[in-house]
Write a protein that binds this ligand. Sequence first.
Ligand code: C5P
Length: 232
Amino acid sequence: MAQLIVALDLPRKDAALSLARDLQGLVPWCKVGMELFTLAGPGLLESLRTLGFKVFLDLKFYDIPHTVGRAVKAAATVGVDLLTLHCQGGGRMCREARAAVDGLAADSPTRPLLFGVTVLTSFAAGEMPGIAAAPADVAMNLAADAQGWGLDGVVCSGQEAARIKAASPGLLCLCPGIRPAGTAAGDQRRIMTPAKAVAAGADFLVVGRPILEVPSPAEAARRILAEMDAAE
Ligand code: C5P
């Protein structure tokens, strides 16, 4: 059963919490990315958990193994259920992140799931600097690597989910670039509708603007959830 994650891509803590309250009990996950986390800090994560949300911290770690391992540990101490790091950080960086989670004390507030970003859904073919291969092929290869490095899942386009799930059984797929039919793609390039992403086997769908930029976010979320249910 795929789960919906709302991306709280908003510039203020009070606006993010107000939206979260509108979606409480409807959407199980909130994603906090670099803009909101920079402005609101870890206190917001605790507020979201208090409201009953699972928290996805999307800072896409990419640094030396030592630094990433410590950042992963820090995320667990402030209550994060899922976080992202770049697969391009390589095996030693990803294994250090795995070791950080595996080494958490039994009473750690959370044990974050680790998701490796393969190829950003905003990249079209030919746009990745220095990489001529097709985004889907790069994503496939990085997903296989990510599983070998011990990550729980990968971030990929819905367009790649079926191939990745077939080639790397057990690896979870989290898909941004979700666009209900008729909604604007914006800067996203490798997009998919909620129904098609669920049918392709996505485990998590991340949706930002199609929920944030409409008069009734709760209504938009309900429609997306209904579309996901019908596709299961
Ligand atoms: O507004 P939209 O639905 O495009 O938001 C997608 C969200 O998913 C954004 O918060 C973006 O940072 C995030 N994301 C993404 N592509 C990735 C990883 C995360 O779009 N590969």
